[in-house]
Design a protein around this ligand. Structure first.
Ligand SMILES: [Zn+2]
Ligand SMILES: [Zn+2]
Length: 249
């Protein structure tokens, strides 16, 4: 496969000590996008047309805010996004308030539909995010590359077969892509490996979290924590993928 731009990072991620190689790839893609949106792209009219409309999702607003490298750029983006949002909804929000029902004017339910549709519009704008969009596309591409490598690169296949774990959201994306891209024979090996590592993961986490709870029993006070100290965070990363929010300590 000539596309080393994708195969090298995939190999690196599967060679690294981690709980989910796709979480590693996701984090890299996310860092690249955050850097892009805080970099010179801020001054490019084409990018600004997009971010004026979309802003960023709550998660990426928080991540942009943590990057203190380009406060002016971030403020400029916020300013034109506020102007765009204001123009889009403020008037409709004022108009959404119904007239009070009086003696002459009867009750009407018309305003309810307007309120709901405006609420949907605000929710949709809050959720839209160019960082998420680009990151998801990159991860989709990585999923496809993983399938290609699995069926064409014996060394990678072997590596995949012995991968310790994938988080559940990425297990779902791998399953979906396997269903679309792999032959039945490749799918047999791929899904068996995925199932086995998931089974091991559940067993290990269930054991470690249970021991964490039992450590609160005074009779176990002196017993070793074993592998349980970070069992809550490891479980959260397994259940919801590693967003960098579940770090220990
Ligand atoms: Zn993951
Ligand atoms: Zn986002």
């Amino acid at each position: 496969m000539k596309e080393t731009i994708y195969t090298i990072p995939v190999n690196d991620a599967y060679n690294s000590e981690c709980e989910c190689p796709l979480c590693v790839l996701r984090k890299k893609a996310e860092d690249n996008e955050i850097e892009y949106y805080l970099g010179p792209s801020l001054m490019e009219p084409d990018t600004r047309i997009i971010t004026n409309k979309t802003g960023f999702c709550p998660d990426h607003m928080a991540k942009l805010n943590k990057q203190v490298t380009n406060r002016l750029g971030l403020a400029l983006v916020m300013h034109t996004h506020l102007l765009d949002y204001d123009k889009d909804i403020t008037e409709d929000l004022s108009n959404a308030a119904p007239a009070k029902a009086g003696l002459l004017k009867g009750r009407s339910n018309d305003y309810k539909a307007a309120c709901r549709s405006l609420a949907d519009r605000i929710d949709a704008r809050t959720a839209t995010c160019p960082v998420c969009e680009k990151m998801n596309k990159t991860i989709e591409r990585y999923n496809e590359v993983i399938m290609h490598m699995f069926s064409h690169d014996a060394a990678f296949k072997e590596k995949f077969m012995s991968t310790k774990s994938h988080c559940l959201p990425h297990t779902a994306s791998l399953l979906r892509t396997a269903a679309n891209k792999l032959s039945q024979n490749d799918a047999a090996d791929f899904i068996s490996a995925l199932a086995q590592s998931n089974k091991n993961c559940f067993a290990e986490l269930e054991h470690d979290v249970e021991w964490f709870t039992q450590k609160f029993d005074y009779r176990n006070k002196e017993a070793s924590w074993g592998n349980s100290k970070n069992a809550i965070q490891r479980s959260m990363r397994f259940l919801s993928s590693d967003t960098g929010e579940f770090n220990e300590g």
